[in-house]
Design a protein around this ligand. Sequence first.
Ligand SMILES: Cc1ncc(COP(=O)(O)O)c(C=O)c1O
Length: 425
Amino acid sequence: MTDLTPAGAAALDAIDPLAGFRSAFVHDDSDPDLIYLDGNSLGRLPTASLDLADDVLRRQWGRRLIRSWNEGWFETPQRIGDRIAELVGAGPDEVVLADSTSVVLYKAAVAALKARPGRTRILTDDLNFPSDIQVLRAAAEAAGPDHEVVVLPTDSIHGPVAGLADALVGQGGADVALVSLSHVAYRSGWCWDLAATTRIVHEAGALVLWDLCHSVGVVPIDLGAADADLAVGCTYKYLNGGPGSPALLYVNADRTELRNPLRGWYGSDDPMGFGFDAGPADGASRFLTGTPPILSTALVEPGVDLTLEAGMDRIRAKSVALTERFISLADLHLAPLGFEVRTPRDPGQRGSHVALFHAEAQAVSQALVNEALVISDYRPPDLVRFGFAPLYIGFTDVDEAVRRTVDIVESGGIDRWRGVQPVVP
Ligand SMILES: Cc1ncc(COP(=O)(O)O)c(C=O)c1O
């Protein structure tokens, strides 16, 4: 039996092999009570990023000026991509940093559609990030007037495993060019079986494009073993790369037929030849377009280093333990107050965040942020999301977040925050 008392949490923190990583991140001394459960939206700032930013600005840009392109800048998207490749089971040259997730998703989706001529359908599900669906629709539009995006319905918690299999083998299955899914769903935290899903997509003759935004750095991923075709993902969530840091893009080395629909000099085999007819660069680099944003690209590295040092096995073990504990405590203390767990209870089917339903989720979320100093977030119309980043969240934080949530509801905090809605909820 798990000890769900504060003493039980303290005991787990005392033997946590990742506890030391907490001090590798900046914490605001003037806000010691803050509990940050939104690392699934924006990760914390690694302390190493402070020195790196200083070096990139003062020395690399300030003193070395344009010479820095020959002193490491030019290879930055590939060099850090190769480090991320170690986290996602990819090989050298299969991962680059570029653009934003939305933009590389578009490039990847158009490339996949063009590689399956005669097939006109993209399959996704309604757990997918809404912006992804907008991007996929734009990609379908770019590929031709007969192309369409089919959004499979779900129970809003679990992925449509049977529905996807049916759609691939049933009527219209032979029209499917591409299946694009979020590995971990942004709302419910549902986690697809990446290998099994990739297999059935391939059996149907289609390509697969994974969105790893909510899984990279917190869920073990082996794109190579799964033989996945394409993947994209944010680096500013569990990889702690900083607000708006560039996305990761994975392109399977064997899929040489995939072509960047937005070609430009940085994705060519001769960027400094200034010719009109340069061919594509090797590997995932062919999906680059223009000059990479060096400041934000360089700052992705410290968070990736910390994740590699901690190791995905230890990160995953702690992530499961944190979410298990939060769910147990939510059942015990929050269910009587109108909360309901809306995340898969099977740890094998979830990532590292937990969504709780509450009829007044918006007011709960605002009260938590503004009065209880528990930074979570609100996803309309009725979910509060709690993200557990194993590198800097402990078991005591979990217990304390639940205790403060109980307190904020029982003390009437909800009444004070009804209708208050900041730009970013
Ligand atoms: C699952 C998922 N996909 C795509 C995106 C879009 O990323 P970006 O705005 O960096 O393009 C996000 C952003 O939060 C996301 O969570």
